[in-house]
Ligand binder design. Structure first.
Ligand SMILES: Cc1cc2nc3c(=O)[nH]c(=O)nc-3n(C[C@H](O)[C@H](O)[C@H](O)COP(=O)(O)OP(=O)(O)OC[C@H]3O[C@@H](n4cnc5c(N)ncnc54)[C@H](O)[C@@H]3O)c2cc1C
Ligand SMILES: NC(=O)c1ccc[n+]([C@@H]2O[C@H](COP(=O)([O-])OP(=O)(O)OC[C@H]3O[C@@H](n4cnc5c(N)ncnc54)[C@H](O)[C@@H]3O)[C@@H](O)[C@H]2O)c1
Length: 476
């Protein structure tokens, strides 16, 4: 039996941050990973591969230049699955290398094997050659993440009917693809494949998509998707999915048949808890394999020395938030500085569709629901000089301000650079800044960040002068 201060199950973003933080305090830390490489979903099947794929598609297709050179402009006319895989392999190898180095230089012990509980403080790990090793840990973090949900009645064959893990292994770029589920994964892949000139059909049982995002931006994104030829079959349930000829067929409840080379099911994920033998430690997972917390701020479960962080605890299920959760959990576990675990009110959400979308704070729908008097301002990227230089015919920023306090309540961006630009809004929001920050400060010119000033001035111009208050400038 090996004893340690912290045992982390899972080497994804939550596990990695937690392990390195605890090791920095001189704690003896073990990370157990069931895959043959560290990194979790983020590195191997989720964030990094999908974003690398997106970048490769945008570069090789010439998508960013089409406003200048026309819709038929292509950098490479015949983009193959091999073209897409090459860059992905290089990026993923670098990521794994960097992670291994980070663990090693911080003296975090990595053990490759499958972990399960023997008792609340003893974990057994099944190692590669059938050997077993037990660990006694004074603190344990469950950071086992999720895997794609695969309903029993869908005949997945890993080639023509696939999930979001399989899509990264396709042998050739399909001519057509049906994507079931217009969640974040579905929308990202639908737009990436559409940029590759693949015929895309997106199926969703609800009448809308991405309901947590400001409607005005989602409407704009949907308009652009339709304009690029994405077929959206919304408000329709899937009756069956099957193989047909050399491809796949999806039958909807209304009788419509959708034929395509490949169908990808992307409707939700399941927590990796079924193999953990949770009975032995006094925890229980819900029907989707997720763990609940006794305290949402400390990430403590009902068993006080066992913590859970990352996707396995559910919303928001992001690499970005998972990393922070892991870090905060060990601050609590080792009784470190109490201030460190009061997370800021707002975190950004980045959706890497084509075009990308990012948001922080309240949407207009949320502000209305809460009965807050507000004004909003909009800047279209084509109104900025930088947007003109870049040939952006789409792209917008929407800022929402309180009429009473003038504080920024929400920032919403759709278009090139959105996921980077959002951090300006995030800083102002979490530092409780007002409209005046944007109006009074000088921004680099020409930049897309200037859109913050233009959107703020737009809101300021719409406010009655009493509410417009301090800032006296007017936009041209
Ligand atoms: C297609 C896709 C795109 C995404 N894009 C983004 C994005 O752009 N931005 C973003 O912020 N987030 C994105 N995400 C979400 C992000 O990947 C997850 O939020 C993040 O990986 C969760 O981290 P985690 O540490 O909780 O778990 P994971 O990354 O899932 O890691 C868990 C690890 O635990 C291991 N494990 C499980 N059970 C055991 C066991 N019994 N014993 C030992 N090891 C075990 C697993 O092998 C895995 O390596 C995306 C996800 C997907 C699927
Ligand atoms: N850029 C990012 O940050 C990013 C990217 C990808 C994934 N993720 C994370 O991964 C998680 C999982 O994403 P997801 O897209 O799989 O899940 P999701 O829960 O976001 O979306 C699932 C979608 O599928 C629909 N759906 C559910 N059941 C269905 C059915 N039977 N038939 C058809 N449609 C159905 C739902 O209505 C929903 O729109 C998300 O919570 C997200 O946080 C993040």
């Amino acid at each position: 039996m090996i004893s340690c201060d912290l045992l982390v199950i899972g080497s994804g973003p939550a596990g990695k941050r937690a392990a390195i933080q605890a090791a920095k305090w001189g704690k003896k830390v073990y990370v157990i990973e069931k895959n043959s490489e560290v990194g979790g979903v983020t590195v191997h099947t989720g964030t990094i591969p999908s974003k690398t794929l997106r970048e490769t598609v945008l570069n090789l297709s010439g998508w960013r230049e089409r406003a200048f050179y026309g819709r038929s402009y292509r950098v490479k006319s015949d983009i193959t699955a091999n073209d897409l895989r090459q860059r992905m392999d290089i990026t993923l190898n670098h990521e794994v290398d960097t992670l291994e180095h980070q663990f090693a230089r911080n003296n975090v012990n990595i053990v490759y094997g499958i972990a399960h509980f023997i008792s609340p403080d003893v974990i057994e790990v099944e190692l590669e050659e059938g050997e077993k090793q037990q660990y006694r840990a004074s603190r344990i973090l469950i950071a086992t993440g999720t895997h794609p949900y695969r309903p029993d009645d869908i005949p997945f064959d890993d080639e023509r009917i696939i999930d979001s893990d399989d899509i990264l292994k396709i042998k050739q770029v399909p001519k057509s693809i049906t994507i079931i589920g217009a969640g974040v994964i579905g929308v990202e892949y639908a737009t990436i494949f559409s940029a590759l000139d693949v015929k895309v059909t997106l199926v969703e049982p609800r009448n809308s998509m991405l309901d947590f995002i400001d409607r005005e931006l989602v409407d704009d994104l949907m308009h652009q998707m339709r304009d690029c030829g994405v077929n959206m079959r919304f408000g329709q349930q899937v009756k069956s999915v099957g193989l047909e000829g050399g491809g796949s067929v999806v039958e909807l409840e209304n009788g419509r048949m959708i034929y395509s080379e490949v169908t990808m099911f992307a409707a939700g994920r399941i927590g990796n808890t079924s193999g953990l033998k949770l009975d032995n430690c006094g925890l229980e997972a819900d029907s989707r394999g997720r763990l609940s917390l006794a305290d949402a701020n400390s990430f403590q479960t009902v068993v006080p020395h066992i913590y859970a962080a990352g996707d396995v605890i559910g919303f928001p299920s992001l690499a970005s938030t998972s990393m922070e959760q892991g870090r905060l959990a060990v601050f609590h576990a080792f009784d470190k500085d109490a201030f460190a675990y009061s997370a800021p009110d707002y975190f950004p959400y980045g959706i890497y569709s084509v075009p990308e979308l990012s948001t922080v704070g309240m949407s207009e729908e949320e502000v209305v629901e809460r009965g807050i008097a507000f004004e909003s301002g909009i800047c279209r990227f084509r109104e900025t000089s930088r947007g003109q230089i870049m040939g952006l015919d789409h792209g917008m920023m929407k800022l929402i301000f309180s009429m009473k306090t003038r504080r920024l309540l929400g920032a919403h961006i759709l278009g090139e650079g959105a996921t980077e630009l959002i951090h300006i809004g995030q800083a102002v929001l979490n530092l409780k800044g007002t409209l005046d920050y944007f109006v009074e400060n000088t921004f680099n010119y020409p930049t897309l960040a200037e859109a913050y000033k233009v959107a703020a001035l737009d809101a300021w111009n719409k406010m009655p002068q009493s509410a417009a208050g301090k800032s006296q400038q007017q936009s041209n």
